[in-house]
Design a protein around this ligand. Structure first.
Ligand code: PLP
Ligand code: MN
Length: 368
C-alpha cells in the first residue's frame, strides 16, 4: 500500500501532493510574531487556512493565542483533534446548527461565537436554556466595518443588538469583531493602510460606545494577512486574525509583496509532451483552485493553464528554455491557499527535501 512516511524524500511522493517547506513556513511564522507581538496585540490565527490542529498548536507555541475557524463543523473537528480555544467567526444560524453548537459547547467551554442579529442570538439563548448548561457562552458582537458580508451596522444598530443580548441569560458579551476582508488584497499599500485605519475607526469607536453603555469590550478582534500590521497600530484593537501568511499564495504575494514566502506547493508530474513548447501535468481543477486566478509554476519560465479536472498545461515561450519531459516533477504555487488546501488530505512537510512531518487536513470539507 502507498504510505509515505517521515524520512522519505519528497521525490518519492506520488503526485499531486501538497508539500510544505518547513524552513519557509517557520520563517513566515517568525516574521509575523516578530512584527506583531511586540505591539502587545494578541494573534488568534484564522485556521480556515491550515485546517489543522497540529498547525494550530505550532502557532500557539510560537506565541499566538487560540485560533479562529469560519464554520461550526470546523470547530467540531479541530476541537476534537485537541485544540479548542476557538472563535467561530461566522454567524450560527438555523436549528440544526444551533443544536450542534450546544453539543460542542457542552464539551468545549472555550468556544466563543459571534452574533449579528437579535433573532440569531435569541435562538442560541433558548437552546442553551433547555440544555442544562449553566455557564453562559462567550459572544462577540460582529460589526460590519465595510465588507458588507456579515455584521451589524455601527452606531445605534450595534448598541441595540448588544442591549438585546444583555437580556439573554445564556450569552455573555466579551467583545467585538469587525473584519475588513474587502481590503486584504488591495495592491496599493498606502490605500490599504488608509482604508484599514478607517475601518478600525468604525470598530474602535463602536467598541468605545458599547463600553460607555457598560459592556465588557475585552476583545476587539479584526484583521488578516493584508492588514494586520496596520490594525495593530490602532489603540483599542487587541487581537488580529491573519491566516494565509503561513503559506501564502500568488494572489496575496501580488498584493502584499514578498515579506512572507510561498511555503506550500503542489507537486505535479509531467504526463505527456504536447508539441515543442507544451506539456500536460497531472494537476487540474481537483488539486488547484482558480477563483483567484491561475496557479503558477515555481519555475516561472513555465506558464500554467487549466485542461480540466485532472490536467493542466505548462507552456514556455522560447526554444532556449529547457524542455520539460514526461516524468519530470514540478512544483505549483496555489493562487488561493485556503480552498486549495481544502482539496488535499495531507500535508507533507519537508526540510531540504526530506519529509519531517505528515499532517492531516483535519477540517477538510467542513463547510457547515
Ligand atoms: N478573519 C476572518 C473573519 C476571515 O474571514 C478571514 C479570511 O477570510 C481572516 C480573518 C484571515 O484572512 P487571511 O487568510 O486573509 O489572513
Ligand atoms: Mn482566502
Amino acid at each position: 500500500m502507498y504510505a509515505p512516511k517521515v524520512g522519505d524524500s519528497v521525490q518519492s511522493l506520488d503526485t499531486p501532493s501538497m508539500v510544505v517547506d518547513l524552513d519557509l513556513m517557520e520563517a513566515n511564522i517568525k516574521k509575523l510574531t516578530d512584527k506583531l507581538l511586540p505591539t502587545g496585540v494578541s494573534i488568534r490565527p484564522h485556521l480556515k487556512t491550515t485546517k489543522s490542529a497540529i498547525l494550530a498548536k505550532k502557532l500557539a507555541a510560537a506565541g499566538c493565542k487560540g485560533g479562529c475557524v469560519a464554520k461550526l463543523s470546523e470547530a467540531e473537528v479541530i476541537a476534537e483533534a485537541g485544540f479548542d480555544d476557538l472563535l467561530i467567526t461566522c454567524e450560527i444560524i438555523g436549528a440544526a446548527k444551533v443544536k450542534r453548537l450546544v453539543e460542542l459547547y457542552r464539551k468545549h467551554r472555550q468556544i466563543r461565537i459571534v452574533v449579528d442579529s437579535a433573532l440569531g442570538a435569541s435562538a442560541i439563548n433558548e437552546a442553551l436554556a433547555t440544555s442544562g448548561i449553566e455557564q453562559p457562552i462567550n459572544v462577540l458582537i460582529d460589526l460590519d466595518v465595510g465588507l458588507h458580508r456579515t455584521g451589524v451596522a455601527a452606531g445605534e444598530p450595534a448598541l441595540a443588538l448588544a442591549r438585546h443580548v444583555r437580556t439573554l441569560k445564556h450569552l455573555k458579551i466579551i467583545g467585538i469583531q469587525g473584519y475588513e476582508g474587502h481590503l486584504q488584497h488591495l495592491h496599493d499599500r498606502a490605500d490599504r493602510e488608509q482604508q484599514c485605519l478607517e475601518s478600525m475607526r468604525t470598530l474602535t469607536s463602536t467598541a468605545e460606545a458599547l463600553r460607555q453603555d457598560g459592556f465588557d469590550m475585552g476583545v476587539v478582534t479584526t484583521g488578516g494577512t493584508g492588514t494586520a500590521e496596520f490594525c495593530v497600530t490602532v489603540p483599542g484593537v487587541n487581537e488580529v486574525q491573519p491566516g494565509s501568511f503561513i503559506f501564502m499564495d500568488t494572489d496575496y504575494r501580488n498584493a502584499v509583496g514578498p515579506f512572507y514566502s510561498n511555503s506550500l506547493t503542489i507537486l505535479s508530474t509531467v504526463l505527456s509532451r504536447q508539441g515543442p513548447r507544451a506539456v500536460t501535468i497531472d494537476t487540474g481543477l481537483k488539486s488547484l483552485t482558480t477563483d483567484s486566478g491561475l496557479a503558477e509554476c515555481k519555475d516561472a519560465r513555465y506558464v500554467y493553464g487549466v485542461l480540466g479536472d485532472e490536467h493542466g498545461s505548462l507552456t514556455w515561450e522560447n526554444d532556449g528554455t529547457p524542455a520539460l519531459e514526461v516524468g519530470d516533477v514540478v512544483e505549483m504555487i496555489p493562487s488561493h491557499i485556503d480552498p486549495t488546501i481544502n482539496l488535499h488530505d495531507f500535508y507533507y512537510a519537508h526540510r531540504k527535501g526530506v519529509i519531517e512531518e505528515i499532517w492531516p487536513v483535519d477540517s477538510r470539507g467542513k463547510v457547515q
